[in-house]
Design a protein around this ligand. Sequence first.
Ligand SMILES: Cc1ncc(COP(=O)(O)O)c(C=O)c1O
Length: 398
Amino acid sequence: MATTTITPTTLTERINRIEVSATMAVVAEAEKLRAGGADMADFGAGEPHFATPQHIKDAAIQAIQQNFTKYTAVGGIAPLKDAIRERHAKDFGSDYKREEVIASTGGKHALFNAIQVLVDHGDEVIVPVPYWVSFKDIIQYGGGVPVYVETDESRGFTLTAAMIEKAITSRTKAIILNTPNNPSGAVMDPRDVEAIVRLAHSRGIYVIADECYVYLDYTGNRFSAGSIKEAKEHLVIIGSLSKTYAMTGWRSGYALSPAPITSAMQKLQSQSTSNPTSIVQKAAIAALTSDQSCIETMKEDYVRLRDRIVTGLREIPGVQCQKPTGAFYAYPNVSAFFGKGGLKSASDVAGRLLREAHVVTVPGEAFGTQEHIRLSYATSMQEIDKGLERMKKWFGGL
Ligand SMILES: Cc1ncc(COP(=O)(O)O)c(C=O)c1O
């Protein structure tokens, strides 16, 4: 067998600073079991179970037929930038100009761009816990230092300006807010968002508001930090079409931010991916400018699925589950089982649920907490019932 001289030291120090996304690792392990014939109850992947709505698919097909298949402006074509800012203005009362909008290849790409242009070596970025896996790694890739702030689980993972203020130092460059939250499903009180945005603005700190789930808010109080116009100078809003319109594979996202930040992101994008796919841009325009009722239809389904999974999880003695008010994740605390049947951690729970009960979940360690597992309930009611049945049996047998 050929030997290789490629070792971790061959690779750059910056790539060795980051890890493969933990959620993707779970998907890979579940895939292996499935390939071996196992019937899995899958709560692992964080993506809608719906198909992309037909009118969005039609727009993409039409774009191909009309040969809209060439390079475009790096940050997206003007009609897409207008569709993004006008949709946002209509839904949230924001006021962004075309030069304050960049279209990227997914929300993650927009976030990556934003952090790479704002965060320098040694800069601190405040990250509330639990956090979406990629925040930590994208910050570290840029040379920044994540500074974690615990939220209050007993009050639905709340986060206040006072909690953030304690973590601010002279090196704080940015604060990440993610509401509705992945993995907890918690939605911040708009008053807390506003207090944090104003605090940051007064200290010259940037708020990077990851609002990829903003349309999946079940509180009836949908809110974007982008509506706080006075603080615009220190705000970067990250948006995505992935979850809103069931378009995860299309890769369509955006950022709204002051023009100099937007043009820096555009410069970075020009030296990496260039424009988001031309065809996807046309599909995104259709998604953003046509009738929005598909969002409500999907949302109603998510609420039914949430109610079923939360009720079922709470019926399992020992499992504690806060009621999520947004996104499509439940984040139960399973620490009551530590010490039973050899279980020591959330990773043990998720690993054995996967191998012994064929239920796919993601361990909380990936999101910075030690006592939880994440279940994505963007799936069918049958899948939820099947998974709950298996979990009841498995936890009950410990
Ligand atoms: C909190 C959060 N932000 C951003 C993203 C990225 O979404 P996308 O790159 O598909 O737009 C995700 C995807 O899971 C997410 O959970």
